[in-house]
Design a protein around this ligand. Structure first.
Ligand code: PLP
Length: 496
């Protein structure tokens, strides 16, 4: 079956998978969605015998139907290799009545690696298929995590260059060190004298600039984005839910056909949407539990039917979930509106103009798969300590938001369905918050690297390479520019 993609805001514009990956966003500002969600065509009993790469192929071939078998297998092989520190790629750990699906074994020790390690390969394959002759230049603005994961994914990928802008002084010291030590001749990291919004606006302005596009084209380049709305990031994320279900069957934790719950610490709604797509492909799932931190715009949406971003932005210890506009929710809105692009476009217009919208009763009726929950900062810290005290297993702050929401859910509903918690970051990435949750008195006065050594001792796990790199790697990028010089900086880089 051939799957085409259309914009959530205009059903009539269809493109192939490779075109959707190249474009990222539709011209009308909508997100590309598959015209239908394909059903898995191999039984779970067979998937259970496969390794991660093989499962990835079985899932992705159904969505990326204009890729040949050879092309897709080649992308998969290049992505899920020794960049990951475990052959399982996404191992499952059972602790205190939940199954933690560890999605942080890639180069930057957070779950964005699951998709950003394959996106570059999907992108250059797409470019080749569509006879794009230009080199692809990835432009990204980052508030910290995405930038490093994208740099690691694109480093030394032929036919690409990547330029990341970050707010100088606006990211954590660890995040900055991770970026400015990035290796690869095609990687460029630029600090701007401004904040994240200014970095983002500057990048968007370059994407929209037709004159610049022409200039680039003449020089043999075109821009693209590694943003999480690209279906080239969504599709690879479906894989690990299918893989996890099959592994639970293989390990005898569930029987084939049993339903599972999935709990996801959510920001931009990409990860949990992938779980929803896995369910629609035929993986038996009961509830999809959407966990938020104090920025609980999604919890409010699921409980009231109104999405309202007009609220205070709260900085939390789970910064990758500090988000008030969950872009990928648009794909769910489209689905619960009965694939109505007019309805979706209207709601998104309201979001743009008023910062809020309310779905119809009928649409709300389609949300029965979802449960919204949130965890306060105190609850998040408590669950890290509790789980460690009980089992010795240490989770990061984002995962802890999900663990806390799951605990509440289980208590309130008595639902004992086997549940997977998406574990989205290594505790080593947020060591200070994690260690202070475990024992504030003892750890508050320690230096960062002391804490890392301490974590390694108490969790009995080895320090990931990504952290060792920060200790020792030399700074390779030191460009800083003013906000109004971003375009000039890009042109300078590309004219070298
Ligand atoms: C990006 C991120 C999230 C949120 O994922 P979404 O797909 O944006 O909902 C959660 N945890 C961590 C560690 C992340 O990096």
């Amino acid at each position: 079956m051939n799957i085409l993609y259309n914009s959530t805001r205009n059903q009539n514009e269809t493109v192939t998978a490779s075109q959707a990956i190249l474009k990222g966003l539709a011209d009308d500002g909508g997100l590309f969605v598959p015209q239908q969600i394909p059903a898995l065509d191999v039984p779970v009993s067979k998937l259970a015998t496969m390794d991660y790469k093989e499962v990835a192929y079985e899932v992705m071939k159904l969505f990326l139907t204009d890729f040949t078998e050879e092309e897709l297998k080649d992308c998969i092989a290049k992505a899920y290799d020794s960049k990951f520190d475990t052959e399982a790629i996404a191992p499952i750990v059972n602790a205190d009545k939940a199954y933690y699906l560890e999605l942080f074994h890639g180069a930057t020790i957070a779950f964005k690696d699951m998709a950003l390690s394959i996106l570059p390969h999907l992108l250059i394959t797409s470019a080749r298929k569509n006879e794009v002759k230009n080199d692809i230049v990835i432009l990204t603005a980052t508030s910290g995590d995405t930038g490093k994961a994208a740099l690691a994914g694109f480093a030394d990928v032929k036919g690409t260059k990547i330029i990341v802008f970050y707010p100088k002084g606006g990211v954590s010291p660890v995040q900055e060190k991770q970026m400015v030590t990035q290796k690869g001749d095609n990687t460029y990291v630029v600090g701007i004298n401004g904040n994240f919004d200014q970095a983002q606006s500057g990048v968007k302005a370059m994407f929209a600039d037709k004159e610049l596009a022409k200039k680039m084209n003449d020089a043999g380049y075109q821009f693209s984005s590694a943003n999480s709305i690209n279906i080239g990031r969504l599709v690879p994320q479906i894989v690990y839910y299918v893989y996890a279900y099959a592994k639970l069957v293989e390990n005898g934790d569930i029987k084939e056909g049993d339903k599972i719950n999935v709990v996801v610490p959510t920001g931009n709604f990409g990860n949990i949407l992938a779980a929803y797509y896995a369910k629609n492909m035929g993986i038996p799932m009961n509830k999809l539990i959407c966990a938020s931190n104090d920025n609980k715009v999604l919890y409010d949406f699921f409980t009231t039917g109104t999405y309202d971003k007009n609220r205070e932005f709260i900085l939390t210890t789970s910064p990758s979930m500090d988000i008030l506009i969950s872009s990928n929710l648009e794909r769910l809105i489209y689905k619960i509106a009965g694939n109505c692009s007019k309805c979706t476009a209207k709601l998104m217009e309201e979001l743009k103009n008023d910062g809020k919208y309310t779905i119809t009763e009928e649409m709300a009726g389609e949300l029965a798969d979802f449960v919204g929950g949130f965890a306060t900062e105190t609850q998040t810290a408590e669950v890290i300590k509790d789980l460690y005290d009980k089992t010795g297993y240490v989770i990061d702050t984002h995962t802890a938001v999900a663990a806390s929401v799951y605990k509440e859910y289980r208590k309130n509903t008595g639902d004992e369905t086997v549940s997977i918690i998406a574990s989205t970051a290594s505790p080593y990435k947020f060591t200070r918050s994690v260690m202070e949750a475990i024992d504030a008195n003892q750890y508050a006065s320690c230096e960062d690297f002391e804490l890392i050594d301490e974590l390694s001792k108490i969790a009995n796990t080895s320090i990931p390479q990504a952290i060792e790199d920060i200790r020792t790697a030399p700074v390779l990028h030191n460009t800083v520019c003013d906000v109004d010089k971003m375009q000039q900086t890009v042109e300078d880089i590309l004219s070298k």
